[in-house]
Design a protein around this ligand. Structure first.
Ligand SMILES: Cc1cc2nc3c(=O)[nH]c(=O)nc-3n(C[C@H](O)[C@H](O)[C@H](O)COP(=O)(O)OP(=O)(O)OC[C@H]3O[C@@H](n4cnc5c(N)ncnc54)[C@H](O)[C@@H]3O)c2cc1C
Ligand code: FES
Length: 508
């Protein structure tokens, strides 16, 4: 099976920031070096604060390095929903925050002379189904009333027929790693630093917070920003119960003929997302979609469906890139940005971006900067992680947690696989009172792990596309050797010893 690779990672150099090798004290510790963390650290440094970014791996290799990277306040259809569920004032805050973020990113790219393929583009939501036409009309009306340059159009310029589309002017696309790596370069110095391969393993809250890392060195920080995609510190905020994780797939395609101008996404499911990207070997068409809950079913068919879609609509000559990633959605669709919990004034969170975290990472950086410096932000209410939720959101909360309970039970009852494990294949086999995930890599080496998730104990499922063990409950992911790829889990999987593992030698 073909390995996945992100165009963004393939087309940029690896970074090499130092690992934390001494205890330090800073004003703000930013945990996580994706777009949210690096943007927050950059803005805070501009204000004269001493900031340390702590990154478990290398910066910008997580979700940001696997995004479609549209910079837009158009988050599929959201404004009519916000207006109806939360009222005009909150809808206005959401619109203002995201429109400001688009402009802020454009300003930063321009003022810092960042060569990140930044390009202004209109953003479209389109539909091929009659039932979404009215929704699109309504969305255009509300978005325009909120001051967005939005209009209802019938032909967005795609090479296939659509029923209707919503167009937002003044939106953009970019190369996310070129932007983040350049922003990161501006951080070290004047008491600021980026530390890579420095995983945070615990936070002891206090007037001065004490942060432990896997390097055994500690950071003392007045303020802590959790920009780890999923907050690795919960502080009784119950984030795991209020969000769910969905994976999506992207193809980087070369096609003959003129590609559509603009950025596109469907109103309906299964989602389809399109944008172009200039590349040295020729322009790419990025085709995304096929989202589903993490750990639910096979991955390969989703790549196949995207391939069928693009081949039936474009003259495809090659598909040199394909990758997948996941993002978290909150019960009411609005991200959680602000104080992690009431009374925890020194710890901030930015999560639940619902696959719109490119503009929202900058929204988060702006809000958190304002809260740290001035104690308030004009957009704090709509994103407040402690906001109450509506009846509809309560329904979603119940269904998310019912799914988790179902997975916990189903995992314990599920059967095991039979037969030998072939190279590139994984199987689940019985172990001593647990289940063992056995993966044989392409060189023939066997990797065995206990597939009980170290977060809350759900049983992991094999992701054949990314070659990871994925958790259907809250989206943690682990490599074949058990190390954490995505949180909320912090601890690696346990690795059963040879004979004591109880694994049937005939199977492996
Ligand atoms: C397929 C897909 C397409 C998308 N397309 C778009 C789009 O077109 N437009 C848009 O607006 N949004 C899009 N998004 C969403 C957007 O990409 C994400 O919301 C955003 O990149 C998240 O940024 P982040 O900084 O929060 O997370 P990340 O980029 O994942 O960064 C988090 C970092 O935290 C680090 N970390 C985790 N735990 C620890 C720890 N214990 N210690 C230290 N570091 C830690 C990780 O290693 C990682 O580097 C898409 C998402 C997906 C999945
Ligand atoms: S991520 Fe919560 S149980 Fe696995």
């Amino acid at each position: 099976m073909e390995k996945t690779k992100s165009y963004w990672l393939e087309s940029t150099p690896a970074t090499n920031y130092p690992t934390l090798d001494k205890d330090i004290s800073v004003d703000v510790a930013v945990i996580g070096g994706g777009l949210a963390g690096i943007s927050a650290a950059y803005l805070l440094k501009q204000e004269g604060l001493r900031v340390a970014v702590l990154e478990a791996d290398r910066i910008c290799q997580g979700t940001t390095g696997h995004s479609t990277a549209k910079i837009t306040s158009q988050h599929d259809l959201i404004y009519a929903w916000l207006d109806k569920e939360f009222g005009r004032e909150r809808a206005q805050q959401y619109a203002d925050a995201n429109e400001t973020a688009v402009k802020t990113m454009a300003d930063i790219a321009k003022s810092q002379k960042i060569d990140c393929d930044f390009q202004w583009q209109p953003a479209y939501v389109y539909t091929e189904q009659d039932k979404y036409v009215e929704e699109i009309q309504k969305e255009a009306e509300i978005a325009a009333a909120l001051g967005i340059a939005a209009e209802y159009v019938q032909d967005p310029g795609l090479p296939f027929a659509v029923k209707a589309a919503l167009r937002f002017e003044g939106q953009a696309q970019f190369h996310p790693r070129k932007y983040v790596l350049a922003l990161a370069q501006a951080i070290p110095g004047e008491g600021c630093e980026i530390y890579e391969n420095t995983k945070v393993v615990g936070i002891e809250e206090g007037k001065i917070n004490s942060i432990s890392t896997d390097t055994d060195k500690k950071i003392r920080a007045d303020k802590v920003v959790l920009a780890t995609h999923f907050p690795i510190h919960d502080a009784l905020g119950f984030y795991f119960a209020r969000m769910y994780s969905e994976r999506s797939y992207i193809l980087g395609v070369r096609a003959e003929g003129k590609l559509p101008e603009g950025m596109f996404i469907t109103a309906e499911s299964p989602g389809r997302s399109l944008r172009t990207q200039a590349a040295e070997e020729g322009e790419l068409l990025l085709v995304g979609g096929e989202h589903h809950k993490t750990g639910a079913g096979e991955e390969e068919p989703h790549f196949q469906k995207l391939t069928e879609f693009v081949r039936s609509n474009f003259a495809v000559s090659d598909i040199p890139y394909r990758w997948s990633a996941q993002d978290y959605t909150t019960v009411d669709k609005i991200p959680y940005i602000g104080h992690i919990r009431k009374g925890k004034e020194n710890i901030f969170v930015a999560t639940g971006f619902r696959k719109w975290g490119i503009s929202t990472s900058t929204v988060a950086a702006l809000i958190i900067r304002d809260l740290i410096l001035w104690g308030n932000s004009p957009w704090q209410d709509v994103f407040n992680p402690q906001r109450g939720f509506s009846l509809k959101s309560a329904g979603k909360l119940i269904s998310i947690n019912a799914d988790v309970a179902k997975e916990l039970v189903a995992g314990k009852l599920a059967g095991s696989d039979q037969g030998q494990v072939q190279p590139g294949e994984a199987k689940v086999v019985p172990g001593e009172g647990t289940k063992i995930g056995v993966y044989r890599d392409t060189e023939g080496k066997l990797h065995k792990v206990d597939i009980t998730c170290t977060h809350f104990g759900c049983e992991l499922k094999w992701n054949s596309a990314e070659r990871t063990w994925d958790c259907p409950c809250h989206g943690s992911r682990f490599s074949p050797d058990g190390s954490v790829v995505d949180g909320p889990a912090l601890k690696p999987l346990s690795v059963p010893g040879g004979e004591e593992s109880g694994v049937d030698p005939d199977i492996i």
